[in-house]
Design a protein around this ligand. Structure first.
Ligand code: SIN
Ligand code: FE
Length: 291
């Protein structure tokens, strides 16, 4: 089962003991969540005002590009947008420092992607089944194909009322893939080129992206699976930080508001144990190259 492995860091810039680095990287690659109960993302007094679901207006998330220049989704005046940008940008830098320090062998290959602030309460939120992240799923980006690259995400729960962020964690990827792989539809010939030409995707989807998208949808649409799948409940305490390969670890966020999240992409070749990559697992099951 997916486990949550706690590591004893207390500062984003800690010089990390080689033993802890090795333990962290191995646990992450084996499909576990790394939790940092002693790490805090400090929100200063003036920023407290931002921790309010209305700050996002109609959009679910506020997001910052990796270049740090395009904050999307903030409601309100210029000063508030600047303040938001500063907070989200500071988190992006903290997360970047953490992953490069802790996961030192990845440092040269890691690509920083978007940062998001998720102010809204998850429980009771209305959304389509496909966007409903309270259902177990693995992540992928429908419009930004990764062609097998890993999706690594760092989260911080900055809930101002001190409430935890609640997740469900599901079965290991290999088991999940075995359950669904043969039932996933094959891509139509030429569909990746057409989707790309129409601007629906930013690059052509590989077969890997196609199957990961269908796996995500199959899991979410399967209500019997949602109930009966092997799973455990986990609460990430307010103030704390965690990271996980969300393309591999089956997860669902069921309750909580005000989290920060930083996404990184990692080429599979940078992994210590490349055979654990979802790309490789699917390629073994389907007996062909997918990206
Ligand atoms: C998700 O990736 O499914 C949502 C995680 C979260 O916002 O806590
Ligand atoms: Fe997700």
């Amino acid at each position: 089962m997916t486990e949550v492995v706690s590591l004893p860091l207390t500062a984003w810039k800690d010089t990390i003991d080689a033993g802890v680095q090795a333990q962290g990287l191995a646990a992450l690659e084996r499909g576990n969540v790394l939790a940092f109960p002693g790490l805090r993302f400090e929100v200063d007094e003036q920023e407290r005002d931002l921790l309010n679901p209305r700050v996002g207006g109609k959009s679910k998330n506020i997001s910052l590009s990796p270049q740090g220049d395009a904050l999307k989704g903030v409601e309100g005046d210029e000063a508030r947008a600047r303040q938001m940008q500063a907070m989200v940008g500071r988190f992006a830098d903290c997360a970047d420092t953490l992953v490069r320090n802790l996961l030192a062998p990845y440092a040269g290959a890691l690509q920083r992607a978007r940062t998001s602030f998720r102010p809204e309460e998850i429980a009771g939120r209305q959304s389509s089944w496909r966007k409903d992240d309270t259902r177990l799923h693995v992540d992928n980006f429908p419009s930004s194909p990764t062609r097998g690259k890993r999706i690594l995400r760092v989260f911080a729960n900055i809930n101002p009322q001190g409430e935890p962020r609640c997740w469900r964690l599901g079965e290991p990827f290999e088991q999940l893939a075995e359950r669904y792989a043969t039932a996933l539809p094959k891509p139509f010939w030429g569909s990746a080129t057409v989707l790309n030409a129409l601007g629906i995707t930013k690059a052509p989807r590989s077969a890997y992206d196609h199957y990961m998208l269908h796996l995500h949808d199959r899991m979410k649409a399967d209500l019997a699976y949602q109930q009966s799948a092997p799973q455990s409940v986990w609460q990430f305490a307010a103030g704390t930080v965690w990271m996980v390969f969300t393309d591999e670890v089956s997860h669902a966020a069921t309750r909580g508001k005000c989290a920060l999240e930083q996404t990184f992409l990692l080429p599979v070749e940078a992994m210590q144990d490349i055979e654990r990559a979802p790309l490789r697992v699917l390629e073994r099951l389907m007996a062909r190259k997918l990206a």
